[in-house]
Design a protein around this ligand. Structure first.
Ligand code: AMP
Ligand code: MN
Ligand code: MN
Length: 320
């Protein structure tokens, strides 16, 4: 449902807005939330923004204007008006899911195909390349000016969710919005450098360890790999530093699907899935209790990682 007008009315009415995005935020989650938050603050709203633990901004996104961020423990327990960005379900909010449950009015801005709708007002459009696109349209309807900070946030959202405008979700409208954001002051070269061109040396070490163990199942056209907390510790990096690894794994041309199992010390295994087009990994992830888009999705389980990857290998053919 796309209730942009209803969302705009509620936003205009509200004096304060509490914003949240999905845990382990990416460029679209942080960019769309902070971009909207800055615009709302510019219009006199009392704004806070946060995301569930671990409350750490990934290093490659720390150039974004983050002064609206508060720790999840400081987030209003019963916000009068709360907005959620880029989260396909309430459980993607981590501990802030309980704040969302108690919010007076909950507005959900999202583009996941697996979003079945939650909250009171929905701005959910799975044809949008990024949640940042929906925020742009909301700001247009509100007639709120887009300054260079907002433009930087929203451009980052678009760049990251479209793979630098190369994925099939990139539409003419996506590029028109990107052009408007550049006109408003977003600097593509600078954003690209921060997001894609800088990584700690340890990332090379951890990714080479993980990639050296990667396996290709040519028959089922799937490439899989495992990266562990131990790999990261040895390389001296964090989970937020390893987001780009799936993009290297998916380069294997023999595979339609890439599956990366990120194994945490506490037993959680977060699986990232990517498809070149023949496999609907969004539905596959949903079948495993997660969600996402047709070509990019994920889920989290507490199981043996090799066993989970084995199950995914057996499942892929059913989602083609
Ligand atoms: P990632 O592999 O973490 O980059 O995520 C790819 C896509 O799948 C993103 O749109 C995520 O929001 C979504 N996704 C990842 N993990 C989950 C999960 N556990 N539950 C629902 N959606 C997920
Ligand atoms: Mn996201
Ligand atoms: Mn997104």
């Amino acid at each position: 449902m796309i209730e942009t007008r209803k969302a705009a009315e509620e936003i205009k009415r509200a004096e304060s807005l509490a914003l949240a995005c999905h845990i382990g935020p990416d460029g679209d989650a942080l960019g769309s939330m902070l971009g909207f938050g800055i615009a709302a603050r510019n219009h006199g709203k009392d704004v806070v923004a946060s995301f569930g633990s671990p409350f750490v901004v990934p290093a490659n996104l720390s150039f974004l204007p983050t002064d609206l961020l508060v720790a999840p423990s400081d987030f209003p327990k019963k916000p009068e008006t709360m907005m959620v960005f880029d989260a396909g379900s309430a459980d993607r909010l981590g501990e802030l899911g309980s704040n969302a449950g108690k919010a007076g009015t909950l507005i959900v801005v999202d583009h996941h195909m697996t979003n079945e709708g939650f909250g009171d007002i929905s701005l959910i459009d799975s044809s949008a390349a990024a949640t940042g696109e929906l925020v742009y349209e909301l700001l247009e309807l509100l007639d709120w000016e887009i300054d260079h900070q907002i433009a930087t946030c929203l451009h980052t959202a678009l760049v990251t969710d479209t793979g630098r405008f190369t994925y099939s979700n990139t539409k003419p409208e996506t590029l028109r919005i990107a052009a408007a954001l550049v006109e408003a002051g977003a600097q593509p070269a600078e954003i690209g450098r921060h997001v894609y061109e800088e990584t700690p040396f340890g990332y090379l070490k951890a990714s080479s360890a993980a990639l050296s163990r990667a396996a290709l199942d040519e028959e089922r056209a799937i490439v899989t790999a495992v990266v562990t907390d131990e790999d990261l510790r040895e390389a001296g990096i964090d989970w937020g530093d390893i987001d780009g690894l799936i993009d290297t794994l998916r380069l294997a041309e023999e595979a339609d699907v890439a599956a990366l199992a990120k194994v945490h010390d506490d037993g959680r295994v977060k699986v990232s899935l990517r498809s070149r087009g023949a496999t609907d990994v969004g539905s596959l992830a949903a079948a495993m209790g997660g969600g996402g888009h047709r070509l990019a999705a994920g889920f989290t389980v507490e199981r043996d990682p090799e066993e989970v990857l084995g199950e995914i290998k057996r499942m892929v053919e059913d989602f083609r």
